[in-house]
Ligand binder design. Structure first.
Ligand SMILES: NC(=O)c1ccc[n+]([C@@H]2O[C@H](COP(=O)([O-])OP(=O)(O)OC[C@H]3O[C@@H](n4cnc5c(N)ncnc54)[C@H](OP(=O)(O)O)[C@@H]3O)[C@@H](O)[C@H]2O)c1
Length: 341
């Protein structure tokens, strides 16, 4: 049994952009697992934009984090002690766990992950909720068909990259919008997006979109909202579909205004639909199998930005709002070696 443990709690609720002061580190002891429990050493920890919503007290589709309580998120780890018949030391598992170096939890809170299919970090990325979000949002709401133009915002992030590649697999022409040249270069050269736009480098995003989408926009997979989405909405074709996945541009705003969308929707007869990946929970098995098959056939790629060290979890989270990450932002907390430190 390791002796020392550390955890991160929400130290206060931010107004606007959060900062390091909203997170506090606490030293705690490692709790020995009781019957039916396992002790899991964190290997990779996922930081996600939606967690910003949970830092506020506002009602949403997930409950707010409580002040002075441990923050939770998706973690891949290794079982280091087990009082469960389902797991033994050395098993690699994932689950919604605390931002802790070690979690002692009920065995039902984790499931095994298979390193022979993909590296552990992929289970917090293309083979996890990000891949599933792209898969269901794009295919169930966006429904692209061959030859259509699909625009993705936040295209160089974890969800955006997956959505763009799946749209390519459906034969669509894919245009990705992201915030740096490094990101747009990656999308074009590595992921074969047809066109890309760096929204920070163009003087007029509408004009850039007109050039990149000469036949208009049939599907807009929206990860960001705000001015980027306002511009895409001016380019919609008749009967366009808009899966609204995220609105990261507004997560730190205390006030946000924008154009009214109703006239645009009436004129284009476009369908706009928000969704939460959990809406498709009953079909996760299907989505996971499809994503794993595409990955093993070399039809899908994934990218990750890994920050090393538990002490850097807040910094990695905050970096999501300044565009620090290419692909999925993860924190590597421990090496995946069997045993304890
Ligand atoms: N509906 C669901 O169930 C569900 C599930 C997972 C994620 N999401 C949402 O999907 C979106 C993407 O999530 P992710 O995990 O893949 O994150 P991500 O895209 O990997 O990371 C966030 C990216 O957002 C971009 N960004 C930050 N501020 C922005 C702004 N003001 N305007 C435009 N872009 C901005 C940054 O890239 P740039 O450099 O390009 O600006 C940053 O790298 C998020 O909005 C998230 O909340 C929804």
């Amino acid at each position: 049994m390791p002796e020392k443990n550390e955890q991160i709690v929400l130290a206060g609720r931010p107004e606007g952009m959060p900062s390091q002061e909203h997170f506090a580190f606490e030293e705690v002891s490692v709790e020995e697992p009781q019957d039916g429990q396992v002790l899991v050493k964190t290997i990779y920890l996922s930081v996600d934009p939606y967690m910003r919503g949970r830092m506020s007290s506002a009602e949403s589709y997930v409950a707010p984090f409580e002040v002075n309580e441990v923050i939770t998120g998706n973690v891949v780890g290794e079982v280091v002690a087990s009082k469960s018949s389902l797991f033994e030391p050395g098993d690699k598992v994932m689950g919604m766990l605390g931002w802790k170096r070690y979690n002692t939890i009920e065995d039902a809170a984790v499931r095994k992950v298979d390193e022979s299919i993909a590296p552990l970090s992929a289970y917090l990325n293309i083979l996890g909720l990000n891949g599933l979000t792209a898969y269901f949002g794009l295919l169930e709401i966006g429904r692209p068909v061959a030859g259509e133009t699909v625009v993705i915002s936040g295209a160089a992030g974890a969800v955006g990259m997956a959505a763009g590649q799946i749209a390519k697999l459906r034969g669509a022409r894919v245009v990705g919008i992201a915030g740096t040249d490094k990101k747009t270069d990656y999308l074009k050269t590595e992921l074969r997006f047809d066109e890309t736009i760096n929204y920070n480098a163009v003087s007029n995003l509408e004009t850039a979109l007109e050039e990149a989408c000469p036949k208009g926009v049939d599907v807009y997979f929206d990860n960001v909202g705000g001015p980027v989405s306002d511009a895409v909405m001016t380019q919609l074709n008749d009967f366009a579909r808009i899966p609204v996945c995220g609105a990261i541009s507004s997560y730190n705003k205390t006030e946000d205004t924008g154009p009214r969308v109703q006239p645009t929707l009436i004129k284009s007869r476009a369908l706009i639909q928000g969704f939460i990946v959990g809406d498709y929970a009953s079909r996760f098995q299907e989505g996971s199998e499809k994503l794993a098959a595409w990955l093993s056939e070399g039809k899908l790629k994934y990218e990750e930005t890994i920050v090393e060290g538990f002490e850097n979890v807040p910094e990695a989270f905050l970096g999501l709002f300044t565009g620090d990450n290419l692909g999925k932002q993860l924190v590597k907390v421990n090496e995946p070696a069997a045993g304890v430190e």
